[in-house]
Structures are given as structure tokens and as C-alpha cells.
Design a protein. Structure first.
Length: 367
């Protein structure tokens, strides 16, 4: 059945279409109460459904928030998205979602789509990149965001600024202390794993979040008087962690005396153990799965720590040492950051992001 039109509602109520629109689409210019009641009664009797775009034009606000993440199936992004949704609900807004696999060019297309739908604000979560293959995409994304902000849009980016973004009005960065927290993790592991060698499983070079965490961990080792850790580069996901884990499993097994290696059973570095730092939890889970597939056990044959403290870790055994980030709160902070800039002067500034090192069974001495 064809939907009723605004013109039909206006005709039934005995008013002009402009008057009917002001009543039904939320304009600040309100007709008299009796006229408004007639229009609403006519709309109800016809089953009229207001047009969301028309409402947005009348209110100068669409009530929409755009959210861009790399992969909604990743528990890290799912938790941030949950926080964005909660904050949007508090503001009486709806969330539009786009997933981009981390490609700046796809993020640019998502921003353009949200802008075309007159989204009031956009939240972007996911590591920035300085890799050569992302140069053109970064430039296109920065230009699209600049255009969106100049037209009154509000943007909040989690972690780092978009490479090349030039605007300041309406543009906000929710900083995450990745480097400082990774240094703290290295410091604590240097004490609890004093006799171990360290190895880092990181993402591709040029991925800012991964590079920050690697740099911080190396700094923490240096401050503890430890040599730098070896770095294994892989994809910034579970598959990348699994691939790196297979490499480490082969080394561990080759170092065993029965395999002709020079180390003690299960160790790479002679009498030393091996402590693995994966720069996010899903990579740590992948690496642990790879070790297990090769008959190795944590923490008996190696210890491992991650970063983020995703919800999935509740079911992971042995319990994974990690750095806890308040992921849902990060989503809420980002949403409020963008919304706060459009609010009246004097709105409270969002709280800074904090985190903490959480050591668990995966880095304890095997019993």
C-alpha cells in the first residue's frame, strides 16, 4: 500500500503543506495548538510516517551519528561500538555503522555517505597508518573530513589524528596512552619474568597503534636495563598472531636438546624462558592457538601478554596478562566529544582515557 504524503495530511487537516511540515517534522516555528492537534489527528488517521530527512532539515539536526570501524567482528571494535551506541541513546540519536578493514579510501567513502545523510557527527575508531600504500587514501580521507567539518559536522577520532587533516573546528582526537601503558607492561614483566628473553609480535610497520605499543614496550625494557626485544611483524589481527606463533613454536621446538638445539627444554634462549608480547589481544590469542597446535603449552613452554583486555578474554585459558583499556568508555568519550563541541559553551570536557596493566596466569611461572 502506498504511503500517505504530507500533502494528503495537510489537505485533510485543512492547512498548507508548510504548516503540516512544521508540526510533524519538529520545526522550531510552531502553529497554534488547535492547528497542531488537527494535523497530528490527520496524520494518525492516514498512517502518515514522517520523513527523517525532512525532520533533519526542519530541526537543523538529523539525529544521526556515523561510526567507522575496521571490523565490527573484532571484540575491540565491538566494545567501542557498544559505548558509542550507549552515548547516542543518551543523546536521543541513532548510529549508522560502516566497516572498512582499515582502508583509508573506504573510510573516505563512509564519511561521504554519512555526510550525504546529514549525520550530525562521525566517530572514527581504528589505527591510522603512514604506510606508502595508504598515502592516497589518507589524502582523500583528510580532504573529505575537512569538507565535512567546514560544513558544520563534528568528528571524533580515537587514537591519532587522521593523516593530513587540516581543520580544527569540529575536529577532536580521543588520545589513548598506548606508548605509556606498553612501557608499564614491559616494566612489570621485567620484574616478574626477570630471567626471560622477550619477543614482540607487532602489526605492519607504519601502523600507528602497533608502532606506539612496540616503542613503549622497548622503552620499558630499556628503563629496566633489559636488551631490546626482537620484533616479528605480521597482520594486525588473530591470523597475524597465529602466523607469528607458528614461527615461534618452530624455534622453541628446535631449541630442545632432543631436536639438536642448544637450549633447555621449551626455551629459545639457553636456560632462559621466552616471554611474548603481542600488541593486541586478538594477536595474542592467535599466537597462543598456534603454540597449542604445535603441542606447546602456556605458561610451561612460553609466556604471553596482550593489550586491550577485550571481553573475549573472560573465556580464554590460561587467563591472559594484558593492558586493560576502558573500551566502552572510549566509545562514550568519543561520542560526547563530538556532541559537546556542538553544545552550548561551558559543556564539561570529556575525561581522559586511562588504563592499567593486568598480569594473569599466562605470564606466571609454570607450576
Amino acid at each position: 500500500m502506498a504511503a500517505s504524503t504530507l500533502t494528503e495530511v495537510a489537505r485533510l487537516a485543512g492547512v498548507s503543506p508548510a504548516t503540516a511540515s512544521r508540526v510533524l517534522n519538529g520545526s522550531a516555528r510552531k502553529p497554534g495548538q488547535d492547528i497542531a492537534d488537527r494535523v497530528r489527528q490527520a496524520a494518525d488517521s492516514l498512517g502518515y510516517i514522517p520523513n527523517a530527512q525532512a525532520q533533519g532539515l526542519a530541526k537543523s539536526s538529523s539525529g544521526l551519528i556515523g561510526l567507522i570501524v575496521h571490523d565490527i567482528a573484532d571484540p575491540y571494535f565491538a566494545a567501542i561500538a557498544r559505548g558509542v551506541q550507549e552515548a547516542a541513546r543518551e543523546q536521543g540519536r541513532m548510529v549508522l555503522l560502516a566497516t572498512t578493514a582499515g582502508a583509508p579510501g573506504d573510510e573516505k567513502e563512509a564519511v561521504a555517505a554519512f555526510a550525504a545523510r546529514r549525520a550530525d557527527s562521525i566517530v572514527i575508531a581504528g589505527s591510522r597508518s603512514s604506510r606508502t600504500e595508504d598515502t592516497d587514501g589518507n589524502a582523500d580521507l583528510a580532504a573529505e573530513l575537512d569538507r565535512y567539518c567546514r560544513n558544520g559536522g563534528q568528528v571524533a577520532v580515537v587514537g591519532h589524528p587522521v593523516v593530513g587533516a587540516a581543520v580544527s573546528d569540529g575536529y577532536h582526537v580521543v588520545e589513548v596512552p598506548n606508548e605509556e601503558l606498553a612501557a608499564s607492561l614491559a616494566s612489570e614483566l621485567s620484574v616478574s619474568r626477570a630471567g626471560d628473553d622477550f619477543v614482540i609480535i607487532g602489526g605492519p610497520e607504519g601502523l600507528f597503534t602497533s608502532d606506539d605499543r612496540i616503542r613503549g614496550f622497548q622503552q620499558g625494557l630499556a628503563e629496566a636495563g633489559r636488551p631490546p626485544a626482537e620484533i616479528l611483524r605480521s597482520s594486525f589481527n588473530r591470523a597475524g598472531g597465529f602466523e607469528a606463533g607458528l614461527t615461534l613454536a618452530a624455534r622453541i621446538k628446535a631449541s630442545r636438546p632432543e631436536a639438536g638445539g642448544v637450549g633447555a627444554t621449551g626455551n629459545i634462549g639457553g636456560s632462559k624462558g621466552l616471554c611474548i608480547f603481542a600488541v593486541n589481544d586478538v594477536m595474542a590469542i592467535g599466537a597462543a592457538a598456534a603454540l597449542r597446535s604445535e603441542g606447546l603449552r602456556i605458561p610451561r613452554d612460553a609466556t604471553i601478554a596482550g593489550f586491550d583486555d577485550i571481553e573475549t578474554l573472560r573465556d580464554f585459558r590460561p587467563a591472559l596478562s594484558t593492558v586493560h583499556l576502558p573500551l566502552e568508555e572510549i566509545g562514550r568519550i568519543a561520542t560526547r566529544s563530538a556532541a559537546g563541541s556542538a553544545a552550548a559553551d561551558g559543556a564539561a570536557a570529556p575525561s581522559p582515557v586511562t588504563g592499567r596493566v593486568t598480569l594473569r596466569r599466562s605470564t606466571e611461572t609454570a607450576s
